[in-house]
Design a protein. Structure first.
Length: 382
């Protein structure tokens, strides 16, 4: 295997950010606030690639609002001085709008993004990384992996899972005849259900955890968001939505008569639900680590194990940003959560290279920096 040359060592970036979604751009903006850091961003598509491919019906469920200036930046902004609500004059942005916001941010801050360049491999050698990209190797001292989850849809592990359509596929959103069966009742499952109800369909949602039920937990990573609860009430009022608090155990496909199909989902409570089209799995995503999969250890629940600075515990200099970040029971799966770590990662890297990180104080002043993990969690008195 080729070793890193002296020339590559001299040319090495301080940081390579992989991915130009909200996590990658947000980290890059924080790195930009540190003095004299040499960094770059590589993106396999274009800026905001994932959001550009969202089904047109889908909207961000976290609302945008121009609350910046009072220590409370827009929930979907990736820099304290920007607001998607201001840019697009709307509160629940579509994927295309949010991608437009990200493009605007990249341009306004003149971020060094190399588009249409996928990272294929990552190797560590003598304190440096050599990152294999479509345009050749990039040597760097640190990597921030911000590749997102959307390219890593997760189907449930049950017999017949191959018959399911994942909620991230556009097919799951297409109009269909007869009842629609959705496995998974958290955000994307209820979002899909409301979408098909609005189309006039009858919908059955199955989930043993019953995320739709009343509960005391206020954390939106566990409980449905207010917008979804409002939509759910409307969908229930039609009388065409059935919510079943039981998990799917298997899926089978039959052909009752030539040219017809029937899908049968067996539930843990012994009940069977049927549809003429493939059931939809709204069962979430994996961590999407791609070529850095082997460079992270795993938590008992399978998610990447990180130290308190969001760095891999097995590969020094490899940081993770985005919805796959988890510390104990805390899940940083929304933009307003994982953005709290952009400035922290930038500070850790900046200080390790002896740079002045004073520019990051603005992020803390504006409520976009959490470096004490004990302080997060959502408990609302009412
Ligand atoms: C259906 C859905 C709805 C959601 N709604 C909300 C919401 O309302 N509010 C909220 O806060 N969060 C929401 N989320 C969570 C969402 O995942 C994150 O907010 C956001 O998309 C994650 O940002 P990211 O930058 O980590 O990932 P992405 O936006 O996916 O960006 C990752 C980027 O990395 C690039 N990339 C990946 N691999 C490589 C590679 N090997 N080389 C180069 N580039 C690569 C991709 O092309 C992509 O552009 C939602 C997620 C889903 C799936």
């Amino acid at each position: 295997m080729k070793t890193i040359t002296d020339r590559e060592r001299r040319q090495a970036l301080d940081v390579l950010v992989v991915g130009a979604g909200p996590a990658g751009l947000g980290c890059a903006l924080a790195l930009d606030a540190v003095d004299d850091l040499r960094f770059g961003i590589v993106e396999r598509g274009t800026v905001g690639e994932t959001f550009r491919h969202w089904p047109t019906e889908q909207r961000l469920l976290t609302p945008s609002f121009t609350s910046n200036g009072y220590g409370s930046p827009d929930l979907n902004s990736v820099h304290p001085d920007t607001s998607p609500a201001y840019s697009f004059e709307t509160d629940y942005l579509s994927g295309v709008q949010y991608a437009g916001y990200l493009r605007g941010v990249a341009a306004a801050f003149d971020l060094p993004v190399l588009e249409n360049t996928a990272v294929r491999s990552v190797r560590r050698d003598g304190g440096l990384f050599l990152v294999g990209t479509d345009r050749g190797p990039v040597p760097c001292r640190n990597i921030i992996w911000a590749g997102g989850e959307h390219h890593d849809p997760r189907l449930p592990e049950l017999p017949g899972a191959q018959h399911l359509q994942h909620s991230a596929s556009s097919a799951a959103w297409q109009r269909r005849e007869g009842p629609v069966v959705v496995i998974g009742g958290y955000e994307s499952g209820i979002d899909l259900a409301c979408h098909h109800i609005a189309d006039g369909a009858e919908v059955i949602v199955v989930d043993g955890d019953e995320p739709w039920s009343e509960e005391s937990v206020a954390d939106p990573s566990v409980r449905l968001s207010p917008r979804t609860l409002v939509r759910l009430r409307g969908a229930r009022a039609t009388g065409r939505l059935t919510l079943i608090g039981s998990s799917a155990r298997s899926v089978t496909r039959h052909a009752p008569t030539p040219g017809t199909e029937e899908y049968v989902v067996l539930l843990g409570n012994g009940r069977r639900v049927r549809s003429a089209t493939p059931p939809v799995a709204a069962t979430g995503f994996g961590p999407g680590l791609g070529p850095v999969t082997g460079l992270f250890d795993r938590r008992p629940d399978g998610w990447p194990l990180l130290d308190e600075d969001d760095c891999s515990t097995t590969t020094p200099g490899l940081y993770l940003s985005g919805p796959a970040v988890r510390h104990d029971a805390r899940r940083f799966c929304f933009i307003y959560k994982f953005r709290q770590r952009f400035a922290h990662i930038a500070r850790v890297i900046g200080e390790s290279l002896g740079q002045d990180c004073g520019g990051l104080d603005h992020w803390r002043d504006e409520g976009m920096l959490i470096d004490d993990l004990d302080c997060c969690g959502t408990v609302c008195a009412c």
